[in-house]
Design a protein around this ligand. Sequence first.
Ligand code: TMP
Length: 212
Amino acid sequence: MSHRRGALIVLEGVDRAGKTTQCKKLVQALRKSGRPVEMLRFPDRTTKIGQLISAYLEKNYNLEDHAVHLLFSANRWELEPLLRQKLEQGVSLVVDRYAFSGVAFTSAKPGFSLEWCMNPDVGLPKPDLVLYLQLSPEVAAQRGEFGAERYETSDFQRTVLQRYQHFKKDPSLNWQVIDAAKSIEDVHTEIKTHSEMAIEAVQYQPIAELWK
Ligand code: TMP
């Protein structure tokens, strides 16, 4: 590859870990240092599929568990051409949740294996860096009540947290655990350092495929 590509940077973690705040701060900081960067989030609730997912999360619409898992994945695939295009144009992407949320949340439901949950996302652009914002359920609870959306209960989030641990052991992923109990500024500094390193490291590498 003769020209530079952007890096795919994903933020993951349980609810209340501060992912959205950190994504926004990271985008601002990278822009300030002159790097082309855009933010995305999954689910992207603006598409037709995203609207179905949103209605499901808001409990206005019921979907069978396998079906909704596939919709979350389809929501990533419908944006795959855009992701790829941006990365190839040299734009780095900061993404609030990705396939790891898909696997951690669905596999927290009874009867779902990790393997089944991973399958639909195999082949998506592979993140160059995953920043996993780690927060204990106790500290998460101190940050206020959960909202009213589906999945926003302490018991379910506890299981999700366990499911996320699987990815830590995957040597094919650049999975960085960040202590999200630290101050917003300290977390930001750590995230920014990892992100700048990833952007530099992958600029002349081809985009890899997830779980392939
Ligand atoms: P958020 O828009 O507040 O991040 O919430 C999205 C919810 O959807 C959150 O509870 C995590 C869940 N989710 C899945 O179950 N599967 C997925 O693939 C993604 C991206 C999110």
